[in-house]
Write a new protein. Structure first.
Length: 325
């Protein structure tokens, strides 16, 4: 510790290092040279002043003028940020920019989502119009070749134990849905999309190694696709602003989805019970509990009802009765 002549301790003040006041050549040769008034050697040789770090009062400028001064290399590249935002919007909202133009253009410009590219967070907004909402749902469908493979896999694995759908009729719905998407002649029915999402959810739930190889996907892709298809189908049913009208297709789709969710490995007890209750209420509203009464049979004969739809309704009703213990 430093002390004075009397022996008392003296407080040592440490001053921060000041920036050099000479140019680099003079500092290297230990010559005295002021930046503001360079030495004669620097003046005669026209050596540019290269001061050390830290501004001086002579060459300092206001911060506002520095921030507004033009420079060749911008510190903040706005074009790069806009590009990132655009890519983020395309990833989160995979619909084309002209989706709000309505009509067939939104369907013809829709792009499908491959099985290994699904995102469960992509949920159609309930604040959109019916056509825009259907366009968002269509964008989550798999490509045509993958859809055919998923449908065939469902028909060979889950359908023999479920026995609700009429496979030729479901195949016609699949073909007509993709034909409408590619041609854009009219709008898809919401109940047809509900049926396809239910079928695809069942197919991805009961995946096999051969199916994954054919689709060029992994187990994780199949799980993500199952969660996405199940979530989209449930979102269609839960939308109170645009409810699904009772029909044979909607009833079969709801029953299929309930069967898939109940037999999945994920813990969905509340969702499964809600789907079964919804299916039961829709069946009651369609008077399926009176389907085989003598009066209903005579009425169907007089009206010329579709025998295939009647058989599907009967399958759904007795499937619910058999599983309600």
């Amino acid at each position: 510790m430093k002390r004075n002549n009397a022996g008392d301790p003296v407080m040592v003040i440490h001053r921060p290092a000041r920036p050099a006041l000479s140019c680099r050549p003079c500092r290297e040769k230990k010559r005295r040279c002021d930046r503001n008034k360079p030495c004669s050697s620097c003046s005669q040789r026209d050596i540019p002043l290269q001061p050390g770090a830290g501004p001086t009062p002579a060459d300092s400028t206001p911060s506002s003028s520095l921030s507004m001064a033009p420079s060749g290399h911008s510190a903040f590249d706005y074009s790069d940020v806009l590009g990132r935002i655009r890519r983020l919007e395309e990833a989160v909202f995979p619909m084309p920019s002209n989706v709000h133009e309505g009509g067939s253009a939104s369907h013809t410009m829709s792009t499908f989502t491959s099985l290994n590219s699904h995102n469960v967070n992509t949920v159609p907004s309930s604040f959109l119009s019916r056509s825009d909402r259907i366009a968002q749902l269509v964008a989550q469908l798999p490509p045509v070749d993958q859809a055919m493979k998923l449908f065939d896999h469902f028909a060979s694995t889950l359908q023999p134990g479920l026995c609700i759908l009429h496979i030729p009729s479901a195949q016609d719905i699949l073909d007509s849905t993709y034909r409408v998407i590619l041609i854009g002649e009219r709008e898809n029915k919401i109940e047809d999309l509900l049926l396809l999402f239910s079928i695809f959810a069942g197919a991805t739930l009961s995946w096999t190694t051969k199916l994954l190889q054919d689709l060029n996907a992994t187990k994780g892709n199949a799980k993500s696709a199952f969660e996405t298809y199940t979530h989209l189908a449930t979102t269609i049913l839960d939308d109170t602003s645009q409810p699904v009208p009772p029909s044979t297709t909607a009833l079969a789709a709801t029953a299929t989805l309930a069967h898939v969710v109940i037999n999945s490995d994920e813990p969905f007890p509340a969702k499964a019970l809600a789907l079964r209750l919804r299916c039961h209420l829709m069946a009651k509203s369609m008077l399926l509990h009176r389907l085989d009464t003598p009066s209903s049979s005579r009425e169907r004969i007089l009206q010329g009802a579709n025998s295939i739809e009647i058989e599907v309704q009967r399958r759904v009703w007795w499937s619910m009765v058999a599983s309600d213990w």
